[in-house]
Design a protein around this ligand. Structure first.
Ligand SMILES: Nc1nc2c(ncn2[C@@H]2O[C@H](COP(=O)(O)OP(=O)(O)OP(=O)(O)O)[C@@H](O)[C@H]2O)c(=O)[nH]1
Ligand SMILES: [Mg+2]
Length: 364
């Protein structure tokens, strides 16, 4: 399954422009009027990874399948959306189950482009959106509390744990804090994912900065002026530039970015930020039929990694023949790595490392 990222923000801040650029499509309508987007747009992006290219050159498979990220672009939220303002918050259900959120914040000034509040104030906008997410979460948490309360009170141990966590989260939301600010054990973190709360998802702030200001923009300053914590994931992009880049070849795009003094495109930055926020790493499978990149959570065991391919692989897991990426490349491939004793036969306890090239043995 591809990682999913939901794009949120006020109306007319450049969400669909960014979505189109990211997905290299013109699928989402973007225009200078608030609520241009009504139905969610969904697009899949291949995760750029030079290691996959290297493996492909070495193995020359029939097929290459990169890891993928799915973006979901929804309608803009406004102040009071939870009470039905604007288009309401009904569109949030389209992103209930995404892995992370990308919050597009307008920084660019352009008197031709309407701002729903009439002025450019990124900090205020951030707070508006966060408040709406919190209110939407409160709505769903109250429903969930109603569902488990009875069972918890009549002694169901599992439901009691859930109930206690829900109560703590509600308390945080009630005081205007995001659900993710609640301190949780790793067991509770796992449990909390089932609640599908928006403010419990990692958020990547994509600051949509004017073309000219991009080069001089400073990440730390931005963080402070938006009132975000030091560990907040932010990326600075120009949706306009990203839009221009999509019509260019990869070489031309790289050249244009270099001329502008920008290191990498918004897409690359966003993917890196998403991987970091979500704690994902990549492992590979490589054979004559197919070379493929897969995403797993850092710390995943070999059977869990196998489960990403198919649940049967996990259930019937026997061993994982594993070659570190660096060994695979420096020794010249699977056979020579095997001869050099660098193909390890790993069992159920093995913790997958970023870049591992793996072959799973299993019983079905
Ligand atoms: N000057 C400038 N204009 C931009 C930039 N990004 C987007 N725009 C323009 O802003 C307008 C709105 O962009 P959209 O991408 O449709 O915005 P949106 O957030 O999807 O809006 P809704 O779907 O209405 O919520 C369009 O006319 C874009 O061309 C930018 O970086 N600079
Ligand atoms: Mg839109």
């Amino acid at each position: 399954m591809a990682l999913q990222i939901g794009i949120i923000g006020l109306p007319n801040v450049g969400k669909s422009t960014l979505f189109n650029a990211l997905t290299r499509s013109k699928g989402a309508q973007s225009a200078n009027y608030p609520f241009c987007t009504i139905e969610p747009n969904v697009g899949i992006v291949e995760v750029p990874d030079t290691r996959l290219q290297t493996l492909t050159e070495m193995v020359k498979p029939q097929k290459v399948i990169p890891a993928a990220i799915e973006f979901v672009d929804i309608a803009g939220l406004v102040k009071g959306a939870s009470k039905g303002e604007g288009l309401g918050n009904q569109f949030l259900h389209a992103i209930r189950e995404v892995d992370a959120l990308c919050h597009v914040v307008r920084e660019f000034e352009d008197t031709n482009i309407t701002h729903v509040e009439g002025t450019i104030d990124p900090k205020r906008d951030c707070e508006t959106i966060e408040t709406e997410l919190i209110l939407a979460d409160l709505e769903s948490i109250v429903k969930r509390i109603d569902k488990v309360e009875g069972a918890a009170r009549s002694g169901d141990k599992e439901k009691q744990k859930e109930f206690a966590l829900l109560r703590r989260m509600k308390e945080a939301l009630d005081t205007g804090k995001m659900a993710q600010t609640v301190e949780m054990t790793s067991e509770e973190k796992k449990l909390s994912r089932q609640f599908n709360l928006l403010t419990n998802k990692p958020i990547i702030y994509a600051l949509n900065i004017a073309e000219k200001a991009l080069q001089s923009a400073n990440e730390a300053k931005q963080r402070t002026s938006l009132g975000l914590p030091p560990d907040a994931q932010i990326i600075m992009v120009s949706a306009k530039i990203e839009e221009d880049l999509q019509d260019l070849s990869l070489e031309e795009a790289t050249e244009m970015l270099r001329e502008m003094g920008v290191e990498s495109s918004g897409l690359d930055q966003l993917i890196q930020a998403a991987y970091a926020a979500l704690g994902y790493i990549t492992y590979f499978t490589a054979g004559p039929k197919e070379v493929r990149a897969w995403n797993v959570l850092r710390g995943a065991s070999a059977p869990e990694a196998a489960g990403v391919i198919h649940t049967d692989f996990q259930k019937g897991f026997i061993r994982a023949e594993t070659i570190a990426y660096a060994d695979y490349v420096s020794l010249g491939g699977e056979q020579s790595a095997k001869v050099a004793g660098k193909m390890r036969s790993e069992g159920k306890e093995y913790v997958v490392q970023d870049g591992d090239v793996m072959y799973f043995k299993f019983n079905v």
